[in-house]
Design a binder for this molecule. Structure first.
Ligand SMILES: [Zn+2]
Length: 403
């Protein structure tokens, strides 16, 4: 819950301020990860109409989504839980859990499970997007109104699960955190389905096993009804597979872009907060205000190259050895994963940066460290910003960014 509230606040703020400040001060190595899950496979073909098997439709569309994402968003890491007609496990429940764990192991930003539907009446048609719910009333209501074939074997049946079991508590915590993201993606996917001028049956809620065990955001889509002749023809045609693949890829791209916007917004607020507390706050050992201003002015007047490169180089060496000490640093970029200080992303400062621990998901902060005062660090900032436009001054102690 504690994690959910700030995320919701950020989401709300994004709504009112779409021109939120963004920053490039984020490592390029942090790739977004999407997992595409073609439902069923192997001994479990899903629904079958004549010779057409649901597992084959799901796989064809999953591959089309991947192909579209690979060409339109090459930086995105896209995985398929299966890329041929196999199951992940002989037992259906284990199989579905393994699909979620496949995504969990890769730290996926989204899992999309792809299915096709069936109903008693051949008239029933349309796409559906399903989001995880663990609320029994919602689930009962949804199943009653589903009007389609609801395969209870694919569900957790939450009403039968012990509410004190560890699995349920973990699923509930994940669901509460991910719910806004799940719903955001579901609306995007539904909008893309509608753009294909096909009937949409909207966003629905269920306790699908594959979503239940998922740590990150996810959704399950039903592409259309295999029991409806027109939809079956569409889902098995090259045109249909391509269009469905493009549409789902579009919704994933929009979702990933909104995650990036949210992240950079959160990050830029973090920048403002830390800038305020570290630059404005005068440390006990800092120079008097006047002399600090003087030294800042001087270095600005001087040719920038001279004033920056030498002191920065020396102070970085100091910083590396004495990262435990207090001081000021210029933060170049932050990363979700640990980088080599020799990484090419550090440009002219390769091998000279120091990693400081920060908070949040971008907790590895790469800095030019070792400045005794904020003024000294600020004096170098102009030059550093020629290479890292969003660099800023931070205070640190004991190897961590200080608040
Ligand atoms: Zn299915």
């Amino acid at each position: 819950m504690r994690k959910l509230i700030p995320l919701l606040l950020v989401a709300m703020m994004l709504h009112v301020s779409s021109n939120a400040q963004t920053t490039e001060n984020v490592a390029l190595m942090d790739k977004r990860v999407v997992v595409l899950d073609a439902g069923h496979g192997g001994p479990r073909p899903g629904k079958c109409v004549g010779k057409v098997r649901e597992a084959d439709i799901n796989l064809a569309v999953a591959k089309a989504v991947k192909a579209s994402l690979n060409s339109r968003m090459p930086d995105l890491e896209v995985y398929l839980t299966r890329d041929d007609d196999t199951a992940l496990h002989a037992d259906r429940n284990v199989d579905n859990k393994l699909r979620a764990e496949f995504a969990n192991k890769r730290g996926s930003d989204l899992l999309l499970s792809i299915h096709a539907n069936a109903a008693d009446s051949p008239k029933v048609c349309g796409s559906e997007v399903w989001v995880l719910s663990l609320d029994e009333d919602t689930l009962r209501q949804n199943r009653k109104n589903a009007g389609s074939f609801v395969d209870t074997g694919e569900m957790m049946l939450v009403e039968n699960i012990s509410k004190s079991s560890m699995g349920y508590i973990i699923a509930l915590t994940n669901q509460m955190t991910n719910d806004p993201f799940n719903n955001t993606f579901a609306r995007l996917a539904d909008a893309e389905f509608k753009s294909l001028k096909r009937h949409s049956r909207g966003v629905k809620y269920n306790d699908w096993t594959v979503l239940y065990w998922l740590e990150g955001p996810g959704a399950l889509v039903e592409l259309g009804f295999m029991t409806n002749a027109d939809e079956l023809a569409y889902m098995t045609s090259d045109k249909g597979v391509k269009e469905l693949g493009e549409a789902l890829a579009s919704s994933i791209i929009k979702f990933v872009e909104s995650l990036d916007k949210m992240q950079s917004y959160t990050y830029s607020t973090d920048v403002e907060t830390s800038a305020e507390s570290s630059i404005e706050q005068k440390p006990a050992e800092s120079k008097p205000a006047d002399s600090a201003k003087e030294s800042a002015k001087e270095s600005v007047k001087e040719p920038a190259k001279e004033s920056v490169k030498e002191p920065a180089k020396e102070s970085v060496k100091e910083g590396t050895k004495e990262a435990a000490k207090e001081g000021y640093a210029i933060q170049l970029l932050s990363s979700r994963t640990e980088l080599s200080t020799d990484d090419t992303q550090f440009k002219v400062y390769r091998g000279r940066v120091v990693m400081l621990q920060g908070s949040g998901s971008y907790k590895y902060k790469y800095c030019l460290a070792g400045y005794a005062t904020a003024a000294e660090a600020r004096a170098d900032l102009q030059e550093v910003r020629k290479h890292f436009a969003d660099a800023y001054v931070v205070r640190y102690s004991n190897g961590s960014i200080a608040k």
